[in-house]
Design a protein around this ligand. Sequence first.
Ligand code: URA
Length: 283
Amino acid sequence: MNQAVYKAALQFYVDSGVEEALMDEPVNRIVDMAEKIAEQGTEKLIPENPESSNLKVETRSLSTPLLGKAEALKQAINAAQSAQTLDELREAVANFDGISLKKTASNLVFADGNSVAHIMLIGEAPGADEDRQGLPFVGVSGQLLDKILKCIDIDRKDSDPAKSIYISNMINWRPPGNRNPNATEIELSLPFIERHIQLAQPKLLIFCGGIAAKSLLNTTDSISKLRKKWHNYIPQNLSHNSQSPIPALATYHPAYLLRTPLQKKAVWADMLTLQSKCREMNL
Ligand code: URA
């Protein structure tokens, strides 16, 4: 094979989201299967009742949940609701098998920053750097986010609740190849991020990007329509009898700013809106 063919094959892998080698040697599944067929014939490999066989598991798409969706959502709500502390919630997210992204991610990405900060920021989903380190917003988008927050004197590492921020994501596992999370993954993640907000008890919320803003505000409006005004956030899946709505501001995602730097001025305006709300609330 000439070099161009290898290059095209590599490009195909990169385009498909295959970016990390897990083993030194590739597994030749075609030879494995051919050997099994030679040994056993095809009847044993394709059982009469595929429903009761492992074949169902092998052929399931990685983007579909491992449980039925309604059952998975029920389990997600129960697991989230049962968590009484942030540590218990982290454990509940780690143990929940209904989101198949868990199978392909390297690490759970739960939160970073100061959990008692007045402001909680929620992004979309971890990327490759976040997946490696198990922390949200630590790649290039995160570096830009830190710079933006520094302009209004906020630092995720500060111990003062008024000068720090608590950071998490809609989705706690990296979608392969940084694809957008699908509707099922978002729906099954919602109870966990809603409980995360309930347990952290921030005074203000920032939703970074369309996916977080639309999912948490339960709307199909675009991020450009949702920006510039305060929304009243209330959870959709969890009981919230004693919880008053939390003021929430939507803003553009830093990854979008990296592609569209002209929009930095819009985010600067959003940061000033946030700053004046903090003053108004004496935070
Ligand atoms: N983008 C996000 O939305 N979250 C991260 O943690 C990293 C990149």
